[in-house]
Every structure is written in structure tokens, then in C-alpha cells.
Design a protein around this ligand. Structure first.
Ligand SMILES: Nc1ncnc2c1ncn2[C@@H]1O[C@H](COP(=O)(O)OP(=O)(O)OP(=O)(O)O)[C@@H](O)[C@H]1O
Ligand SMILES: [Mg+2]
Length: 275
């Protein structure tokens, strides 16, 4: 029987915003985005979350990693011990072993490839990402170790004499979109995460990079024993990489199973895939 690494129960989140009514009066509109959502992520697997634009996928990730509060529910992260994540801060959650990438990637343009790798890591993931980079005396030994780690990560994936290590001093702003996406994924290996949330890893990426991204995700799970929970719109990619799939619609999970099963579900076809 599969082990669980993340267990979400009865999670609800509404946003309120002020609107002008037809009589030009201010009013409050409440949008219930997540409604009593239940979801499980299996340990050692790649799990995909699919659903339409604005269905709440990124919001769910923001709640899991502590950027947003929920209105009710529980999120249990099971990593040796059971940790309730709701109410914890992002850096505490990262230190527990839960990392993430972002829909807009969060690469530092003015930093080099290597520097972008060095600022990643559990110990610098939260409030003070620049500490290790800009206090050289204090952290020279740690920086050397991290540089070695970055080199090993990059060479394990791309072999020796690869583009990324050869261009490690290149500023990130000079990389292509696909290369930046891959850099965003490489950074995740710098920390010892047990579960990583990836928000649309292939969006805007040329298909020539898909195989590299697939290799990286498989390496996360097979060699580094991470579990991966990813948001994705590309169904071909989901079928290729994911073991499990959940479909979010109207605030809760409306279909779960293998990617093939979920893609075949009539509700998923009618409301999301459009065929
Ligand atoms: N802080 C906020 N205040 C008010 N509304 C918000 C807030 N954050 C998100 N929303 C709204 O919640 C809805 C869901 O947004 P979210 O980014 O979670 O969607 P998504 O499923 O990730 O969509 P996409 O596939 O386009 O990335 C959107 O309509 C968005 O405008
Ligand atoms: Mg999103």
C-alpha cells in the first residue's frame, strides 16, 4: 500500500473583494475558491494537479507552503513525524522539507547561474536568501561546499562539459526561457527537500527541453527520493511523467486516478479538455 506524504482535508479558502454595484455603491463580493477540498499526495511518486485557469491551483500551492492562510481545514505533511502546516510560516515549512518552484520561476536576473544555485537551499529559502551570498567571510566554507554540490547536481543530470556548468558565471537574464525553467528546477536539488511543489514546469518551454525536464523530475523521485506535486496544463507531459493525477473544479477535487483515467473522465473532458 502506498504511503502518504501530504494529506489535505476539508480545506476552504474564500477571497473577498470590494466591487461597485449597479447603483455605484461599494459592496463586498465573496469568492469561494476552495470548498472543503480533500487531496492526498503519495510518497515517492509524481502527482499532477490539473484544472482550468483560475480554478485555484496556484492558490492551493500558496496555502500549502504558507504564503496564504486558509479559512478552515488541515494540511498534514508526513515526513517521519506528522506536521500540521496550516499556521506555519514559509521558511518553517521549507525547513521541514517542503520546497517549491513558481509559475513565474523566481530566478534572480542579475545573479549568475551559479549564484542562483547558491542562494537556494533550505537554510536560505525563507527570509534571508542573500545571507550566504553576501557575507563571504562567515560562510566561505559553506559556500565552497555548496559550489561543489551545485557542480555535482548539474553534472549528474547533464554530464561533464555541459552548458550550465561551462556558463556558470553567465547572468541568468541572458538565458533562454527554457534554460531559466531548468535552472529553477536545478535549484531545488540544493536543498534536502522531501516534497516539492512545481507550478507549471513546462509552461512556455520549447519541446526540445521537455526531455530534460522529464529526466530531472524522474531523478528527483528515483535518485533523490523526493515526492513531486506539480501543476500542469500540458496533458501529454502529465501522461508522460505523472503516476497520479487530480482534477480540481468548482473548488474541490472532482476526479483522481492515473493520468489516463482522469483524462478519460467525462467531467474532465467536458469542463476542461473540451472534447
Ligand atoms: N489574493 C487574492 N485576492 C483575491 N483574489 C485572488 C487572490 N489570489 C488569487 N485570487 C483569484 O483566485 C482565482 C484563482 O487563482 P489561481 O492563481 O489560484 O488560479 P490557477 O488555477 O493557478 O490558474 P492558472 O491555471 O491560470 O494559473 C483567480 O480568479 C484569482 O484572481
Ligand atoms: Mg496558476
Amino acid at each position: 500500500m502506498a504511503e502518504t506524504i501530504l494529506h489535505i482535508e476539508n480545506l476552504s479558502k474564500a477571497f473577498v473583494r470590494s466591487i461597485k454595484t449597479a447603483r455605484k455603491k461599494d459592496a463586498i463580493e465573496k469568492i469561494s475558491l476552495l470548498n472543503h477540498l480533500d487531496l492526498t499526495v503519495e510518497k515517492g511518486k509524481i502527482t499532477a494537479l490539473i484544472g482550468g485557469n483560475g480554478s485555484g491551483k496556484t492558490t492551493l500551492f500558496n496555502i500549502i507552503n504558507g504564503f496564504l492562510d486558509a479559512d478552515q481545514g488541515s494540511i498534514k505533511f508526513i515526513n517521519g513525524r506528522i506536521h500540521e502546516l496550516l499556521g506555519k510560516k514559509p521558511d518553517t515549512i521549507a525547513r521541514l522539507g517542503l520546497g517549491r518552484s513558481f509559475q513565474d520561476n523566481h530566478i534572480f536576473d542579475e545573479l549568475s547561474i551559479l549564484e542562483n544555485m547558491l542562494v537556494a537551499g533550505k537554510e536560505t529559502f525563507g527570509e534571508t536568501p542573500f545571507v550566504s551570498l553576501f557575507s563571504p567571510g562567515r560562510n566561505r566554507k559553506i559556500e565552497k561546499q555548496k559550489t561543489e554540490r551545485a557542480k555535482t547536481i548539474i553534472e549528474n543530470i547533464f554530464g561533464s562539459g555541459n552548458y550550465f556548468w561551462q556558463h556558470k558565471a553567465e547572468k541568468a537574464k541572458n538565458l533562454s526561457h527554457g534554460q531559466r525553467r531548468i535552472l529553477g528546477l536545478l535549484r531545488i536539488f540544493m536543498a534536502d527537500f522531501k516534497l516539492v511543489l512545481l507550478d507549471e514546469p513546462t509552461t512556455g518551454v520549447n519541446p526540445e527541453f521537455f526531455q530534460s525536464i522529464t529526466d530531472i523530475l524522474n531523478r528527483m523521485v528515483n535518485e533523490n527520493k523526493m515526492s513531486v506535486f506539480l501543476i500542469e496544463h500540458n496533458m501529454g507531459f502529465v501522461k508522460q511523467v505523472a503516476h497520479n493525477c487530480h482534477f480540481i473544479h468548482d473548488g474541490c477535487i472532482r476526479a483522481s486516478g492515473t493520468p489516463a483515467e482522469v483524462i478519460d473522465n467525462p467531467l474532465v473532458r467536458n469542463t476542461y479538455l473540451g472534447f
